[in-house]
Ligand binder design. Structure first.
Ligand code: ADP
Ligand code: MG
Length: 474
């Protein structure tokens, strides 16, 4: 029996040898060990998941024809992938079966999926230059679906310039996109990747979250694959690292990323990095890394204004094919003001109610859903909202507060709004200043001090502040 499988595989190899390049033959076919022939099912052992994938992707037709010729018309192929089991003196290996890809029709027998996949060394790239790497992009996150507004104009424009390789865009390397959660950092960074793939299909683009990068790196360290890990990342043309603040406190990961960053940057490869804070406010990251983040362009994404929120909603509704009245859209846009994720969530609930429960979408229904949403997500109070409450309290239009007017009572209201923005949100001084009257961070700092001083010295003033605070927390 064992002889038979060896014999048959030997004959297969002779055919294969005549049909592939020498180097590929040596790299991919020679190391294969035939292990079983059960009826017309041939099981071969391959040295790594990478080899398995490479065979499936590039040689499946050849393999299919060959085994059908040698075994019979119903011949099927099964793989057994060797895994390094580093816990036992680095030598031992475990074997397991991996299913053939369904569309290949070579192996469609249900077999168990890899259990210890993390032990596979995914970074070894033996002997081939052009490697297909799945860029890990989600086509939903395209530029077409990314609504432009004042809140994201610079970041979007820079991203688009990179993706279309406009002159001078090499100045945006790295492109550092920062902003609060749910405001579109992942979406925009993916859009850039998608657009690059569209315009330059030959480029190797890779999107990876900082978290995933870190896990891969930790695994690589454990398995003694540090160099393979680095080599893998160094062949990428466009590397997108999402949520880089997650590297905070992780020194090993920062070191290895530093090395990869330098290599890519020196070779003129593009880096796109996202973070919840600008480089100057990031903590737990090494200075040398932060200073590199500042080499290119740092562009922020802010909370979208009302008009942009309406546009985003309309775009999403249009894609869903359902109609909503202007009144309902505006209701949602004016009540969900902190993140785009919330806007989207409320809309999805609304659409679900209407399609699943066959409820008509009325303003009443929209109110219920928005209400629930606001409560469930315990939203962070937005600066827009603070300005609105403060203005309502002093009975003045929000425009005046946002203007440059230096009238005493307006200056004071503005200072109060800044004070609440500092104490009740996570926004930076700079971001607060730019949203309230276009002031700089020093003005915001001064305002907070003034309000604190008055709180200690002026009882009537304290009364105002307490009342406003109550309204804000309502
Ligand atoms: P972040 O990564 O900053 O936390 P995401 O990119 O995940 O935020 O965005 C949250 C949701 O909001 C996503 O579903 C995204 O598609 C959507 N979104 C964000 N910005 C925009 C925009 N400008 N236009 C349309 N949709 C957006
Ligand atoms: Mg994100």
């Amino acid at each position: 029996m064992a002889d038979k499988v060896i014999d048959i595989w030997g004959r297969c190899l002779r055919i294969i040898r005549d049909n592939v390049h020498d180097a590929s033959y040596k790299t991919f076919f020679e190391p294969i060990i035939p292990i079983d022939l059960n009826g017309q099912i041939l099981t071969i052992q391959v040295p790594s998941a990478f080899v398995y994938e490479h065979l499936e992707e590039n040689y499946i037709d050849l393999l299919r024809k060959t085994i059908r010729k040698e075994i019979g018309p119903d011949a099927k192929l099964e793989y057994s992938v060797v895994m390094q089991n580093e816990s036992v003196n680095g030598q031992e290996s475990v074997t397991m079966k991996m299913p053939g890809k369904e569309n290949t029709k070579v192996s469609n027998k249900p077999v168990s999926l890899p259990i210890e996949k993390k032990n596979i060394n995914p970074f070894i790239i033996p002997g081939i230059k052009k490697l297909h790497i799945d860029p890990q992009l989600n086509e939903i996150y395209s530029f077409e679906n990314f609504i432009e507004g004042e809140c994201n104009r610079l970041a979007r424009a820079a991203g688009y310039a990179i993706a279309t390789n406009q002159a001078g865009s090499s100045a945006f390397n790295p492109l550092f996109i920062y902003g609060g959660s749910g405001l579109g950092k992942t979406h925009l960074s993916q859009a850039i990747g998608i657009e690059i793939k569209k315009n330059f299909p030959e480029k190797t683009v890779l999107y990876v979250t900082a978290h995933k990068f870190q896990t891969q790196y930790t695994d690589a360290e454990l398995n003694g694959n540090r160099n393979d890990f680095i080599n893998f990342y160094q062949i990428i043309d466009v590397l997108i690292i999402d949520d880089v603040h997650e590297f905070a406190g992780k020194e090993g990961t920062q070191n290895v990323f530093f090395q990869i960053f330098n290599h890519l940057h020196q070779s003129g490869k593009q880096l796109i990095i996202t973070s919840d804070k600008p480089p100057i406010e990031m903590q737990g990251l090494e200075q040398r890394l932060l200073s590199r983040f500042k080499w290119g362009l740092a562009a922020d994404i802010q909370i979208p204004d009302f008009e942009t929120r309406v546009k985003i909603l309309k775009h999403k509704i249009y894609n869903s094919g359902i109609e909503l009245s202007e009144e309902i859209i505006e209701y949602i846009a004016s009540h969900l003001t902190t993140t785009i994720r919330d806007l989207e969530g409320a809309m999805v609930s609304l659409l679900a109610q209407s399609t699943l429960n066959k409820k008509e979408i009325t303003l009443e229904l929209a109110k219920q859903i928005v209400d629930k949403f606001v409560k469930n997500t315990k939203r962070e109070i937005s600066i827009d909202y603070i300005q609105k409450v403060v203005c309502d309290y002093f009975d003045m239009p929000v425009d005046v507060l946002k203007s440059k007017t230096r009238k005493r009572e307006i200056v004071q209201a503005r200072q109060i709004a800044m004070y609440f923005a500092k104490t009740m949100t996570k926004s930076s001084l700079t971001s607060i200043g730019s949203q309230i009257g276009g002031k700089d961070h020093a003005t915001v700092l001064h305002s907070c001090k003034t309000v604190n001083n008055l709180l200690e010295t002026d009882k009537r003033f304290k009364l105002y502040i307490d009342e406003i605070e109550k309204k804000l927390k309502l």
